[in-house]
Write a protein that binds this ligand. Structure first.
Ligand code: UT7
Length: 325
């Protein structure tokens, strides 16, 4: 008997490192504030010409190589991003072209920082119904493109990157045991991208302003903690497993203090949570995939382990999956 599971992983991180020390010269902040309030030491920044699609393609190629498979073996590509190169074509179609996945369906999903698990859960449904045999999912964001670099309350938090996974059949008891996705649209205004260009157009002032992120951090913090804990508990219940039996939790990396609070609320020791926020900040849809990649690479997750993946982000949206690795 088989389940749908993760066959391989890939990732991509831009080379340019932006440290807290550099940020101290850009806005009124300090390494001490950023470290104690968030746990972030540095983040990667994709430079001009290094687009979301380039990062997605690099991560996809590594995941295919690790499977090992080629584009011809993939019949579904789902890319989670809210910072695609442009409104269209989708990043998924650009990936399809680059990996020569000529027979694949390809589309993007927009669920901000929760996108990787939205892509995973969506692709899993295609695989379970037999509509696809092997899927490539990717979380990729160039979030630094939509930051207001004068706003110290947001610009210190985010970075860029991409992560990919190939999904297909695995032998039981391995596989993705349960899914839980939740929309929390009532809190939409807590984290938004705003743009003033339409208003300016109507005033016959054609100056284009780039869209940028605005955030109500404290309000978001509370919803993040509650909904991430609820998501893991609900997904565990759906999988028929006890939260206490989870051997590793891979959470979205928004703030080290959020992860501490989730661990405390759930009664799970914090050292079971995999955390790499210090090196990358919040990479939106890429964060959890890169964390999963590193957790496996560092042998924090081994074959047969029971793990929880849990995300939270703009929308607001949350989600979790229980996986037997
Ligand atoms: O993936 C999307 C999900 N994102 C999140 O879930 C983010 C959730 N929120 C958070 O992680 C935290 O709320 C933040 C890290 C964003 C902020 O931490 P906080 O402990 O909630 O700080 P705060 O917003 O209450 O600000 C405290 C003080 C303020 O100054 P006053 O009013 O006390 O004088 C801010 O102006 O810190 C000030 N501040 C800063 N100081 C130095 C805000 N940003 C900075 C900064 N450097 N970068």
């Amino acid at each position: 008997m088989s389940n749908i599971g993760i066959l391989s992983l890939g990732h991509y991180l831009p080379h340019y490192r932006l440290t807290n020390a550099q940020l101290e010269k850009m806005v009124e902040t300090s390494d001490e504030w950023i470290m104690t309030r968030t746990g972030i030491k540095e983040r990667r920044v994709a430079l001009t010409g290094e687009k979301t699609s380039n990062m997605a393609i690099a991560a996809a190629k590594e995941a295919l190589h690790n499977a090992p498979l080629t584009g011809a073996d993939i019949d579904l590509i789902v890319v989670a991003t809210t910072t695609g190169d442009s409104a269209f074509p989708s990043v998924a179609c650009l990936v399809q072209k680059a990996i020569h996945a000529k027979h694949a369906a390809a589309f993007d999903v927009a669920a901000a920082c929760s996108g990787f698990l939205y892509a995973l859960t969506t692709a899993k449904q295609f695989l379970m119904t037999g509509a696809a045999k092997r899927a490539l999912i990717i979380g990729a964001d160039k979030f630094t493109n939509i930051l207001d670099w004068n706003d110290r309350s947001t610009c210190v938090l985010f970075g860029d990157g991409a992560a990919a996974a190939v999904l297909g059949s695995v032998r039981q008891p391995r596989g993705i045991l349960s899914d839980y996705l939740l929309g929390l649209g009532d809190y939409a205004e807590y984290l938004c991208v705003v743009a003033a260009e339409r208003e300016q157009f109507e005033q016959k002032n054609l100056l284009i302003r780039s869209p940028y992120v605005v955030m109500q951090g404290q309000e978001l913090f509370k919803v993040a903690v509650n909904s991430m804990a609820l998501a893991v508990e609900t997904a565990a219940k759906k999988a028929g497993v006890d939260v206490k039996d989870i051997q590793c939790v891979v959470p979205h990396q928004a703030n080290d203090r959020i992860i501490s609070a989730v661990a405390k609320k759930m009664g799970i020791p914090k050292d079971l949570f995999f955390i790499n926020i210090e090196k990358y900040g919040n990479m939106s849809a890429a964060s959890i995939g890169v964390a999963l990649y590193e957790a496996v690479e560092q042998k924090r997750i081994k074959r047969g382990d029971l793990i929880a993946l849990v995300v939270f982000g703009a929308g607001l949206v949350a989600g979790a999956n229980i996986v037997r690795w």
